[in-house]
Structure formats: structure tokens, C-alpha cells
Design a protein. Structure first.
Length: 423
């Protein structure tokens, strides 16, 4: 009897403990159900308003002024991404040299246009140092003097190195038809290759992409392409044919925006007269040599790197970056319009599905920050490793719209399904 009594007491104690454990486990659920019971009684106005707001955000993408603002933000973030993830080099580019006409070249004062007879002397001096090619980042739209023009044309004709002369195509609307006619005649007289030097100014007047050729223009190959094809490499496939490509900016040590050997024109002339081999001669030998101006406030343009340094970049440095990119075979890939649309649809679909499945989870500030950080990391990976640019701002915009829509749509549907319980 005593043993039976002890067993009964132990069983009663176990049942009591079990009930307490169950009660303890149900307490949080009761706590969670309290808001649900409250929601049973009233219409979820907040969810309805949130769904309406999401619908407006989706429709807003079709409103051009609003979409343009998102595009501006997209470019702003892409510029900082380029700054942080730009291609790096620990040494100056070994195959490109820039010969500049600066204030010191002309006794402390800028002089434009560059006298063609003086330019001819510089070209002859460069050619005597055995470069692979010479590129002139200039356009020639009007006569200087018959003597200077003849000397310049003769220097180009006699040069042993391959020469590419810059030209402007018809997209430069500030010039007259007579100037384009002069340019064509003058360039034909030199007998050398030509390439257009027009730059493509994107949102915010920033140079981010190369300028594609104008279909009706006489100049179908860019200045950079003509020179890079001499230095070789290129493909991908043939630098995207006639389309525009994102410029893969090259940055040197300490964020040097000019990772190219740069030599003032007057030092090239001085080196020609030296009897022994100089550093100038060594740098120019077998290199692609560009001539361009380096005067304050002239031929300078904003690039993505300006977002970090605040300094615009000289046109000849921009062309040097494109040439280096083509010669090195460094490219970034852009999503086509279809690929971009499918990508954003996929982001939105995943957002709706996940928020639908986990709709009881609270969307707090930490969750939003975590998701945004995740997108940034994915974008950084695809840009630096896969060399593909994603629409980061649009992806984040679509994601949070989709997550909000899915969460509140599920809430509204849940409320309607509870109607029998309320009646």
C-alpha cells in the first residue's frame, strides 16, 4: 500500500509540474494572441494604407521626373562604388606616356591654340625616341598659318611611328560646317589615322562611359580605340563593337588619379639634344605617347573619381585611362534593359514571398539595415569579382516596397479570413 501511495503522489506531482510547464509555454503565445484578438475586432487600416502606398511607389517608377531622381541617386552610389573598387596599380602604367603642354612650356603663361610649328618639333622629338605610336589629343578646325600648318603636316607624314590624330565628330554642335570641312581636308593632308576625341557626358555632366560613334559620322573609331589597337589586346568582344562601355578607371598608390608617366613638352625637346640616353628616352621608347594640354581650368572634366578627390580630370588623362583599359583587357559588364528588368522583378518576387512566409516577424530598424548591408555586399561582390554593375538603388527600392507589400497584404488577407470568428 505504501508503495502504491508513493507512486500515486509522484504521478500527481509529475502531472502538476507538466501542467505548469505547458502553462509557461503557452503564456508567450497567449501574449502574442492578444493583439491578434484585438485585430479581430477592428479593420487593419494601417495595412490597407501601407498597401496603397506600395502601389503608389510601384506606379511612381513610371513617372519620369521621379525615376530620374532615382537614376541620379543610382549614379551617385555607382560613382562611390567605382572610387572604392577602382582597378589599382602599384606602379605607373608601363605602356602609356603623356607629353603635356603646360604653363612652364610657354614661359609661365598658357597658350592656346598650341602653335603647330612648335607642336611639330615636339612630335619629331618624340618620334626620334622610338615610340610604338603617337596620339594627338587635339582637334584641327581652322588654319593657323600656312607655314605652321605645312610644317605640322610634314612632321606627321615623316614620322616613323604610327600616328593617330584627334578629330571631333558632328555631335560637337558648337562648331560650324565650314570648320568640319577644314578638319576633313587638313586630316586628309596628314595621311594618318584619325579617331574622334568626343567625350560622353552622363547624368551630372560626369564622364563615366566611352562615347559611341555617330552613325552618320566620317569617324567611326575613337581616338582611344585606334591607339589601343596598335598596342594590342582589346576584344570583349571587340570592346563592345560600336556601343558605349563603362570606363575602368585606373588608380595608383595613394589614390593617384594620374598613374601614367607625364613629361612636359619642353623636357622632351631638351632630352632630344642629350648625347646619352635619358630617363625621358627610356620612358618613351616602345610606348603609346599622347600629347595634350595641361593648363589650369582648360579641358578638364568631372569623373567618378571626382566624387572622392573633388578634382576634375584632364581630357588627355581620360583618354589614357580608356587606352589602358582596352590594352589591358579590363572591362565592366552592364545589364541589358531586359536583364535589368528581370533582375528587379526577381528581387521584388523574393521580397514578397519571404515577407508573406514570415509575416509575423516584426520589421524593425536593425532588419532594414541588415538587408541594405546585404545588398551592398552583393553589389560589391558582383562589381569587383564578376565585373558586373547592378542597379543597387533600384534593387533596394524594389526590395523594401515588395517586403512591405507582402507583409501587409498577408495581414489584410488574414483579417478577412477571421471574419467568421468575429461574427
Amino acid at each position: 500500500m505504501r508503495d502504491e501511495r508513493e507512486c500515486a503522489l509522484r504521478l500527481a506531482f509529475s502531472i502538476r509540474v507538466g501542467k505548469e510547464i505547458i502553462a509557461w509555454g503557452e503564456a508567450p503565445m497567449a501574449h502574442l494572441d492578444a493583439p491578434n484578438r484585438e485585430r479581430n475586432r477592428s479593420f487593419p487600416y494601417f495595412s490597407a494604407v501601407s498597401i496603397l502606398l506600395c502601389a503608389l511607389l510601384i506606379l511612381a517608377l513610371g513617372y519620369k521626373p521621379f525615376r530620374d531622381q532615382l537614376v541620379r541617386l543610382e549614379y551617385w552610389t555607382s560613382d562611390f562604388r567605382m572610387v572604392l573598387l577602382a582597378d589599382r596599380t602599384e606602379v605607373l602604367h608601363p605602356k602609356i606616356v603623356i607629353v603635356t603642354f603646360n604653363n612652364e612650356t610657354f614661359g609661365g603663361q598658357p597658350r592656346t591654340p598650341i602653335p603647330r610649328d612648335f607642336h611639330a618639333d615636339v612630335i619629331s622629338a618624340i618620334d626620334s625616341m622610338n615610340p610604338k605610336a603617337i596620339g594627338l589629343d587635339f582637334y584641327f578646325l581652322q588654319e593657323q598659318s600656312q607655314e605652321a600648318d605645312e610644317k605640322f603636316a610634314t612632321a606627321l607624314q615623316k614620322a616613323r611611328a604610327e600616328v593617330v590624330v584627334g578629330a571631333v565628330d558632328e555631335t560637337a554642335t558648337q562648331f560650324e560646317p565650314s570648320q568640319f570641312a577644314y578638319q576633313e581636308n587638313f586630316l586628309n593632308k596628314t595621311g594618318r589615322k584619325t579617331g574622334y576625341i568626343n567625350l560622353m557626358f552622363d547624368t551630372g555632366s560626369v564622364v563615366r562611359f566611352t562615347q559611341p560613334p555617330t552613325e552618320s559620322s566620317k569617324y567611326q573609331k575613337s581616338f582611344a580605340y585606334q591607339l589601343a589597337s596598335i598596342g594590342r589586346a582589346i576584344p570583349a568582344p571587340i570592346a563592345r563593337g560600336s556601343s558605349s562601355i563603362r570606363i575602368a578607371w585606373l588608380v595608383g598608390p595613394d589614390f593617384d588619379e594620374r598613374p601614367f608617366v607625364s613629361i612636359p613638352a619642353h623636357k622632351v625637346l631638351a632630352a632630344r639634344n642629350e648625347k646619352s640616353t635619358t630617363d625621358v628616352m627610356k620612358a618613351i621608347e616602345d610606348a603609346i605617347v599622347l600629347t595634350g594640354i595641361d593648363f589650369p581650368y582648360m579641358d578638364q572634366h568631372e569623373t567618378p573619381l571626382t566624387a572622392w578627390t573633388g578634382n576634375p580630370m584632364k581630357g588627355v588623362i581620360i583618354h589614357a585611362n580608356v587606352i589602358a583599359q582596352l590594352m589591358d583587357g579590363r572591362y565592366f559588364h552592364e545589364l541589358t534593359h531586359l536583364s535589368r528588368t528581370l533582375f528587379l522583378l526577381a528581387v521584388g518576387s523574393v521580397g514578397v514571398i519571404l515577407s508573406w512566409l514570415f509575416w509575423r516577424r516584426t520589421i524593425d530598424v536593425s532588419g532594414i539595415g541588415f538587408a541594405a548591408a546585404g545588398f551592398v555586399l552583393v553589389d560589391a561582390f558582383t562589381f569587383s569579382v564578376l565585373r558586373t554593375s547592378l542597379p543597387l538603388v533600384f534593387a533596394i527600392y524594389v526590395w523594401f516596397t515588395a517586403v512591405t507589400l507582402g507583409h501587409h497584404a498577408k495581414t489584410l488577407i488574414w483579417w478577412t479570413r477571421q471574419a467568421p470568428a468575429r461574427s
